[in-house]
Ligand binder design. Structure first.
Ligand code: IMP
Ligand code: MG
Length: 175
């Protein structure tokens, strides 16, 4: 595995992300909607830097990938969604790749009529976006490689790594 972001870099990045969230929302109540499963670790670290009245909601994104449709549209499943109507909502995800997941999640959440809706991601892959929107906050730009760790998985493994690494062919062969 090739390390892309060290545990220290991530730690500093999450603190900076929290500072940007505080600069936007101040002491206003905030509802964070985390896109499962990849953003679990980010969620846990981020919310402990925030002091405003905070609610946490979870939404499950499933992207149907079949041989015929490797880039199928993501589908949202409400996992644990408290009232969002009239609230300031920040959606968080681990990584912005093609952007289809975030676009679909934002569309679903807009149906609940939040007062405001923004998005933040830990990482964005260079040159991959296929959508006309960008996250409001991006902490790290990373090369176009398949990465794991800090919540991100390959076939449901590696989420527990404290750093982010690119998987190399021999890592996949060893699985
Ligand atoms: P998008 O819809 O293409 O932007 O993909 C976003 C989702 O795909 C993220 O929520 C991740 O769960 C997953 N994903 C994208 N790139 C990677 C990667 O390199 N490793 C692991 N998961 C990824
Ligand atoms: Mg995900």
């Amino acid at each position: 595995m090739k390390e892309i972001l060290s545990a220290n870099q991530i730690h500093d990045g999450v603190r900076q992300l929290a500072d940007q969230v505080k600069a936007i929302y101040g002491d206003q109540p905030l509802t964070i909607v985390a896109i499962l499963t990849g953003s679990l670790v980010l969620l846990a670290d981020l919310i402990r830097h925030l002091e405003m009245p905070l609610r946490v909601a979870l939404i499950q994104a499933t992207r149907y990938r079949t041989p015929d449709e490797p880039d199928g549209n993501p589908d949202a499943h409400v996992a644990l969604l408290p009232k969002l109507k009239g609230r300031d909502v920040l959606v968080i995800d681990d990584i912005f790749d093609t952007g289809h997941t975030l676009v679909e999640m934002l569309a679903q959440i807009l149906e609940y009529e939040p007062a405001s809706l923004r998005s933040a991601v830990l990482m964005r892959k260079n040159g991959r976006s296929e959508v006309p929107i960008q996250p409001d906050i991006v902490m790290f730009e990373i090369p176009d490689e398949f990465v794991v760790g800090y919540g991100l998985d390959y076939e449901d493994r590696f989420r527990n790594l404290p750093f982010v690494a690119a998987l190399e062919p021999e890592d996949i062969a060893a699985e």
